[in-house]
Design a protein around this ligand. Sequence first.
Ligand code: SAH
Length: 389
Amino acid sequence: MPAAIKLSPKGLRWFRGGHLWIFRDDILAGAEAAQNGEVVRIESSVGSFLAQAFYSQKSKIALRIIRWEEAILDRDFFRGRLQACRDRRGNLFSPATACRLVSAEGDLFPGLIVDHYAGHLVVQFLIPGAERLRPLLLDLFQELFSPRSITLRHDLAVREMEGLDQEKTMLLGEPQREVAVAEGPVRYLADLWEGQKTGAYLDQQMNRLGISRFARGRALDAFCYQGHFALHLARACDEVKAVDSSGPALARLQENCDLNDIKNVAPERANAFEALAALEAQGEKFEFIVLDPPPFAKSRKDLARASKGYRELNRRALALLRPGGHLATYSCSYNLSTEAFLDLLREAAAEARRQVRVLESHTQAPDHPLLLSVPETHYLKGFVLEVAD
Ligand code: SAH
């Protein structure tokens, strides 16, 4: 019999709001009998069944709901849930050959990330509940997806909050350092073993695919990583300056340019803040700029400092644009709300003395779905701005 955990009246109200997480403070009784990673029954204070959830012993988030029916969670259940993830994606990403197949809460599968790169899988089990299912899930991945390799990327800090180790290992096949991925008209090499995230920023895929509609003339891709925006921009622009602080990322960008026979991208290793300031001091101008920095506000207490950083970057970028030029600007900080991001862009525009139109609002690609009941799933915010003057 699985352990039964009773919620406090406050916990029950929260549960009714639809969120998939239950915090430890909202547990009334029963946690002491639950094993780490076990699927438990969640009950009201009088013992009526509410849902089934993964239990985490160490985390503040004690419970993550996986099913609202009472029926047992067996192999067929998990096969069905994984199949649904695959079916939901259908041909959405064609002709791209990479996508996120399972996106944790967004796919009603808390604690599980599965990314697919041209037949190769990268997997992350983020909570003890997913870890406990490791043998079963690996078996199902092979049955359902017939992968050419499976890389386990557990080199990520969030596992620590769950009391889980850092670990990087191959579960099937050899480490994949150069998987060729098609993203619409461009190709890039993904390093599934050492690359950022699981090899690429798949959450920006749809935004990159649409970006060249706005691009022309001289472009700047700041925080370019391995040049995924720059490759798309290069096809529409005369020249693209691509700035990143990472030497290895820029080396891969050069390989990606060669792979696409692209010759109009100029990589520059620099701190983007300093690079933008120098370009401004030199009186340089651009028709198009992308700003896609790493998350500055990893927690709420970083928010003030992070906002200052975003404001400075955007002010400088707007100042560098010619009249009619465009800025695609992003924040991947969950803690910075869409409204707060727009507010700081408004301030940046005022400081740069530019009138600015908002042409598009962007978010993460639909293979990283936002689950309305779990606001934490909405982290990527972006806008395409146009300098009106
Ligand atoms: N736009 C990319 C993802 C960018 S990720 C894509 O679509 O694939 C953020 C990048 O910012 C990383 O490559 C990191 O090396 C770089 N970075 C972090 N701090 C930086 C800084 N101060 N100046 C320049 N680059 C920085």
